[in-house]
Design a protein around this ligand. Sequence first.
Ligand code: DC
Length: 228
Amino acid sequence: MNAAAGSVVAIDGPGGVGKTTVSRGVARALGYQSLDTGAFYRAAALLVKFHRTDPEDEAAVAAVLSGADLDYRDGTMLVEGVDVSAAIRKETITAASSRLARLPGLRLVLVERQRAWVAARGGRAVVEGRDIGTVVFPGAGVKIYLDATPDVRARRRAGQTSTALGEVATQLGRRDRLDSTRAASPLAPAHDAVSIDTGALTAAEVIAQVLELCRDRGVEPAAGPARR
Ligand code: DC
């Protein structure tokens, strides 16, 4: 299933660092589709809440997810064919997704879904997350680790929501801790990832750097009309 991973562009990094903007920009330029894997963890949190599953019961959580119809199309997360893109951005779901992401049993199910999603697109995709270069696609043709100081990331996030800066910073700090200290696939740069500090760069500048790396590594644009 991983055979064509050489055409995957993996974009990892903590929250608020600009992964989605950069992934979409790179995907548009290459004519690839982009996958936000965080949306899968958020959808898992929504489903667990909907089914009133005990979030600490790993087997029950994995069972709920194994039977679920999850899809991601043009930036939209679909659960059983229903667009849940707005619902998964609520603060309670955000916090619940970070806690659920600790469970190895859940991660196994979601990683397989993510690999299948990319395989269905001929192995060409820009994939963003926390463990893409380390676990999901260790053979990715380009691996990027985006980073920025907690202060820069909190300011960016606060600019996208109506929540006060202090509260956003506290929430981000909590998620950073959960994401980077969990035993299963913790957030960390792959040993062969190129790190980019996005703090002093515009999104366009980061996208240009990633595209230059794609050219250097032979990750070619798709033939035909560009798709998102
Ligand atoms: O990127 P995001 O904020 O939408 O991700 C939501 C949560 O999912 C985040 O706390 C970490 C987790 N996650 C993960 O563990 N692995 C991924 N590949 C993507 C997200």
